[in-house]
Design a protein around this ligand. Structure first.
Ligand code: PTJ
Length: 249
């Protein structure tokens, strides 16, 4: 019996439990880092405090990210294990809408994980009838300032991109991508993370909800604005603080 059969859809935490299941299944397939579940748990804790919803400020940030991806000359979606496990199919749709590549860019890089992630995306590409270019398998360039495997990238992907979407990015890499002069567009449920604070636009929302919203916004071709990242982060933080202070009223 699998978890889907055990958890009743009427369970108040059904969505959250099904998202956990996606992470667990991807772990079994060898797609994830050992610490992927810990990272997911941290995200869940923030999502709980945000009310497991897309705040209006997150929706605005998502529209801004859609605008920047549409207006970029060379956009790239840089995906790690968790992002592929949770929203791989929707990111392929987004890449196809934008006509841009996906680059698999993982923090804990092993040949086995890269093989599992490439295989998974290729299968989804076929299933959706898409022909999205999947990069990352043969890195031939480096992100300046990052030592070891986490600096590996592809010249005609991440290296030359002018705008990069980086869900669940690590703070160092976010900083290094900003130092390369790129428009760095982060998805992170933690408004206090270094990535959220140090990027061009942070969407404080759950990655699968964001992917669905991007699919809706991209065809609308929204206009780029003068985005105030700190203001949007403060808004998310205010919401969390309000939730906590009103809990037992
Ligand atoms: O696949 P790899 O090797 O690149 O490794 C991926 C992980 C996620 C293990 C690695 O990048 C990592 O350790 O990440 P951190 O530093 O724990 O950061 C993860 C951030 O993503 C945290 O700030 C979480 O709040 C946030 N997060 C976790 N799950 C989600 C999320 N944000 C949006 N949606 C989620 N589902």
């Amino acid at each position: 019996m699998n978890e889907e059969e055990v958890v009743d859809p009427s369970h108040p935490r059904y969505q959250s439990l099904m998202i956990r299941k996606k992470i667990a299944d991807a772990g079994v397939k060898g797609m994830l880092a050992d610490s992927a579940m810990i990272a997911h748990g941290r995200g869940e804790a923030f999502d709980y405090l945000l009310g497991e919803q897309t705040l209006p400020s997150a929706k605005d940030a998502t529209r801004e990210v859609a605008a920047r991806l549409v207006n970029a000359q060379r956009p790239v979606l840089s995906l790690n294990g968790n992002a592929i496990a949770l929203a791989g199919q929707d990111f392929l749709t987004i890449a196809s809408q934008l006509g841009c590549p996906i680059e698999i860019n993982i923090f804990y890089r092993t040949p086995e994980r890269m093989g599992a992630l490439l295989g998974h995306l290729k299968l989804l590409n076929q299933k959706l009838g898409l022909d999205v270019e999947i990069l990352g398998g043969i890195p031939d360039a480096r992100i300046p300032g990052l030592e070891g495997p986490r600096g590996a990238c592809q010249q005609d992907g991440l290296f030359e991109a002018d705008a990069v979407l980086v869900p669940l990015e690590d703070g160092d890499r976010c900083e290094a991508l900003m130092a390369m002069g790129k428009d760095v567009l982060v998805i992170d449920l933690n408004p206090l993370s270094r990535s959220s604070r140090g990027c061009s636009v942070a969407i404080v929302d759950e990655v699968s909800r964001v992917a669905k919203n991007l699919i809706q916004f991209i065809p609308e071709k929204p206009s780029v604005t003068e985005w105030d990242n700190n203001k949007a982060l403060q808004n998310a933080l205010d919401h969390i603080l309000e939730t906590m202070s009103n809990k037992f009223d």
